[in-house]
Design a protein around this ligand. Sequence first.
Ligand code: HEM
Length: 409
Amino acid sequence: MSPCPHHDFSTAFDPLDLRDPFTLLAQARREQPVFYSPAIDYWVITRYADIKAIFRDHQTYTAANTITPIEPFSDAVKQMLAAGDYSPEPVLSNNVPPGHTRIRALVNRLFTPRRMKGFAPAIQGIAERGVQRLIGRAPVDIVAELTYEYPAYVLFHVLGVPEADVTQVKAWAGNRIKLYYGRPTAAEQLAMTANLVPFWRYVVDLVAEKNAEPQDDLTSDLIRLRDGDDSVLTLNEIASCMITLLVAGHETTTAQINNALLHLLSQREHWERLCRAPEAIPPMLEEMMRYDPSVCTWRRRAVKPSTIAGVEIPAGADLLLMLHSANRDDDVFPQPDMIISSRENLKDQLAFGYGIHYCVGAPLARLEMRILLETLTRALPSLRLVPDQAIEYSRNISFRGPATLRVTW
Ligand code: HEM
């Protein structure tokens, strides 16, 4: 296996084009499972076993690069961030032990399945309110009318963020994703940065308010765990956790619900089965995460030289882990391009990552997706896609989900 940067996959692969990644990735898994992408200066890893081994070995492959902008920040952007006191620090996704271990242990105590279960009645209410708003209005774009905002309403309830701020925070979060995971021009980068500074200020103010007057929500729980002790957690670390959660906690879930709806309604026998047997929803959601994970890639950085699938990876190299490719690897999931929710090893799918950074919000995401699908199949069993619509995906390296989905019933 040659690490030659000029192999065909290197040029054929456009890391920001998420429209139809599966054919090329299946070929890469067979022919060149690790290849270099000059477009972003990353090594692309496509096989399940290699990706899982990388996740497992967090000493060789750190998560330090997971929030690194694909398009490096210009000096003007850096100046604007400094002038705006923009000071989030690595806390979860892009942190490394021992700092990550300390903070993750605290955040784990917030997102327990038990605590999540307590939120279920409120989440049910949010789902019903959203689905009721659709009644009598077909056809609609279900993304614009339901799935874009639903996970944000859920997350805001859980974190104790005012509902009135959903529209603004969604706009800020979408902006942050494009800035870090897309490829903006210099002018776009500056405009997006101008939008990032008020997002950070908002989060810092929110943490200060909760610190002065804790309430019954997870942000206040984190402040209580801190108990005024900076060696446990600083207020800046809490604000950094909050800005992470206020991006990671809804864009991902929106896109995952959209991916599931697209496939269940395209191969409608699956939708019909869920309408008849709602107890089949949880394994089907798990299969949807395997089949088309919304966080389709994630990143790691090699801190020392290593060999992956026979390819020598130098120290300092950035790796793009193709989670959607791992989940379609037929060494692990036979007939990978078929939707089969009775797979015995569904729990091995990698949509939530693996190892020390495994998605902390997974219990919440699973709960809110289940509740929404139960509510939708019950209220609108005749739901179907409007035929012949174009399915569009935004250009970025990691977040995959249809931007619009026209449905009727
Ligand atoms: C279906 C929805 C979701 C998907 C597909 C998803 C996917 C992921 C993935 C792939 C990772 C990286 C794991 C790794 O590096 O091993 C991750 C980490 C993370 N996710 Fe999620 N996520 C979802 C929902 C959520 C929600 C609802 C929240 C918050 C409430 C959340 C918060 C986080 C955080 C904070 C991390 C970083 C954890 C750490 O580094 O310790 N995610 N997620």
